[in-house]
Design a protein around this ligand. Structure first.
Ligand SMILES: C[S@@+](CC[C@H](N)C(=O)[O-])C[C@H]1O[C@@H](n2cnc3c(N)ncnc32)[C@H](O)[C@@H]1O
Length: 390
């Protein structure tokens, strides 16, 4: 075996046996029907395996498990004949392997230490999934997430996981919603409305509740599609409205507001609207944080701001933390949660807010003082602050 391949095999053997391998990515495949292959450690029946997932050009994803003890040699042998690039991501640093068109292999090893073990994901663990992958759901077929036989379409797997996780997070706080009577639910900036249909299904079919649900979005074509899909599914109490959420008013008091990936300040408009409607529960996953990137003026943080990638992360976190604090000052208890595996998408923070009627005026004004002080520190005037002042 070539010296470089031996080096790759040693790196893989060490990180697999230490459990510090987070993910590997094989890219630039020689077989053009493959886009890339990723690998991660998994426990199945008590045994650790490396699960490879190959993403195919036709949209399919193929899975193969390799015993942990055999994985390092098998992956190392794939370069350069099957793939021309390998990235090994570990908790102790990353390693990049590149091979030239002539087959010369270069190893850029930035693994500083063997790293801490990440718990391998378990296939055996009983997960609290609301939607069962083996079942057929008409609404998922309608939305193109499952095929006509009820099998999740490979390229929609991540959407399926996202929907399921969203429902799990809703299920966790379901008890906070009124236990009797009709529930009013609004999906603000609903887009193609995967979640709207999923939440409708969850509340009506799983929880057997009478609900009145609204999906609101500016885009005429998606709303037309959603109206037709709701009709085909017989989701009679699901109404779609084409318009600006600022102007939207439900016919009855709203209990639950959901919103996924409302871009930039659209999330602030959603939150202001939800607060104005006194929604008992708000589930909001923000997206594209541009506002603070333009406003931030905080000399003590200049050492972070000078690195644009870190400035973005700082602004993302600070924007959502400020939103959480402003919600607290309106009497909500707020948790910031991870929606799905952060490796799948960076747009992954969910703000879950539950209106706490027992919260005192003093607690709310303390949160507001903290919020104003934090805005002053960052030198920002967030859209949410402006909207709630109006
Ligand atoms: C990134 S998409 C997300 C759509 C959907 N929630 C999803 O996750 O698939 C954001 C949506 O917000 C809508 N939007 C932005 N501002 C809006 C506003 N003020 N009123 C209504 N819809 C708005 C856009 O039309 C777009 O469909």
């Amino acid at each position: 075996m070539e010296q470089k391949q031996q080096q790759i095999q040693t790196i893989l053997t060490d990180t697999i046996s230490a459990g510090s391998l987070k993910k590997l990515i094989l890219s630039k495949p020689q077989d053009k029907s493959v886009l890339k292959t990723t690998g991660r450690l998994l426990t199945i029946g008590g045994e650790t395996v490396l699960q490879l997932e190959s993403f195919m050009r036709d949209g399919k994803a193929l899975h193969r498990n390799i015993k942990a003890a055999e994985a390092a040699a098998e992956i190392a042998a794939m370069l350069p004949d099957c793939y021309r690039q390998l990235n090994i991501l570990t908790t102790g640093g990353d390693c990049e392997v590149l091979s030239s068109a002539k087959g010369k292999i270069t190893v850029i090893n930035r693994i500083k230490s063997i790293g801490e073990a990440v718990a391998p994901r378990s296939h055996d663990r009983k997960k609290h999934h609301i939607l069962d992958e083996a079942s057929r759901y008409d609404f998922l077929i309608e939305l193109g997430v499952e095929d006509a036989n009820g099998r999740v379409i490979d390229r929609k797997r991540s959407k399926f996981r996202q929907i399921n996780r969203f429902l799990e997070l809703l299920d966790d706080i379901y008890h906070e919603l009124p236990s009797e009577g009709e529930l009013c639910v609004c999906d603000l900036c609903c887009g193609k409305s995967y979640l709207t249909f999923a939440v409708y299904y969850y509340l009506t079919s799983i929880k057997a509740r009478k609900i009145r649900m609204y999906g609101v979005d500016l885009k005429t074509d998606v709303i037309e599609y959603c109206v037709a899909a709701a009709k085909r599914l017989g989701f009679d109490d699901l109404h779609f409205i084409c318009g600006d959420i600022t102007l939207f008013e439900p016919d009855i008091p709203c209990n639950l507001v959901i919103s996924l990936h409302a871009c930039d300040i659209a999330t602030d408009i959603v939150l202001a609207k939800a607060i104005g409607m006194q929604a008992k529960v708000i589930l909001s996953t923000p997206c594209c944080h541009h506002e603070m990137m333009h406003q931030i003026d905080c000399p003590p943080l200049a050492f972070i701001e000078k690195h644009s990638i870190l400035k973005q992360k700082l602004c993302d976190a600070a924007t959502d933390a400020l939103r959480a604090l402003r919600l607290e000052s309106e009497g909500y208890k707020v948790s910031a949660l991870e929606l799905i595996d952060p490796e799948e998408t960076p747009k992954n923070v969910m703000l879950r807010a539950v209106r706490d009627l027992g919260q005192s005026g003093a607690e709310k004004s303390k949160a507001l003082d903290e919020y104003n002080a934090a805005c002053a520190l960052f030198g920002v005037t967030p859209k949410l602050a402006e909207l709630l002042k109006e």
